[in-house]
Write a protein that binds this ligand. Sequence first.
Ligand code: LMR
Length: 328
Amino acid sequence: VMFMMQKQSSEPIVYDDEQKGLNQQIVIYFSHVVAENTPKGLAAQKFAQLVEEKTNGRVKVEVFPNGSLYSDEEEIDALLRGDVQMIAPSVSKVTQLIPEWQVLDLPFIFENYGDVEKVFTGEVGKNLLAMLERKGIKGLALWGNGFKQMTSNRHPLVEPSDFSSLKFRVMPSEVIERQFQLLGAKPIVVPFNRVYESLEKHEFDGQENTISNIYSKSFYQFQPYLTISNHGYLGYAVMVNKVFWDHLPKDIQEKMMEAMQETTAWNLTQSKEQNEEELAQMKQNPRMHIYELTEKERETWKQKFMPLYQEFEREFGSGLLRQIKKAE
Ligand code: LMR
């Protein structure tokens, strides 16, 4: 079996089973769509550094942020083709490959960061990652960004009726689309790379995202109304092309897994802090109107979203939902 990897200079290194690149450097392209100074951007850099240290430079992870190699619409196909070895798309974007993963997009499935950590790093996370294998993907870990908040250029979003007939940018995920339909809004799928530009052109009225994404990509400039709703969680599936992974020497795989575990533990704490710090920054901005939902208002939203749980169970059964509730 031949395997080809692109080096930065773009001349390929070719390995076969005998050589397995024992003396050659293995270069891994890691492509993602967010800014460098974000939970995912920083975790990618940390992983690259740890891998380089642990393998004494035998493996080099080259990180490409900001969608500079591939947009989120393209990155999964690029991984499957082997044009890039590693990506970390949001869980929502993976639902197109593995529809059961929609469970993680159900609004209010996680109450707090502790719940997220138990699910992401425990048995459920392992089972979810194992589902990727049937698609030719090796899932290494689930990383976190943070809870999603709602923003708008129109008015404060407090009652479900405030969403009525507003156009919302969404990630490609059926549960998320249904969530906005239940609110009477119009969901429109837009790749992350185009969100800033579409907000600037007023192509839609609102969007949901983490504080870190809203802050690092300056979405707030065009979306002065921010509601702290924590209604959904934005997590990432860190994945590698399976053919590429299976051809790595065993000791390299082990070192990479070690680096991944350390990075994941760090990321789950760092992401929480970063979102908190950047919210504090945005609170200083006199042009922002930030509203935090009360418990009672959160309850109203939860009731509104109940049908999504029933729809999910009808389609996929209650197994995954029960596993998650048990882990939390
Ligand atoms: C989005 O599309 O809003 C996010 O999934 C981007 C990201 O990777 O955090």
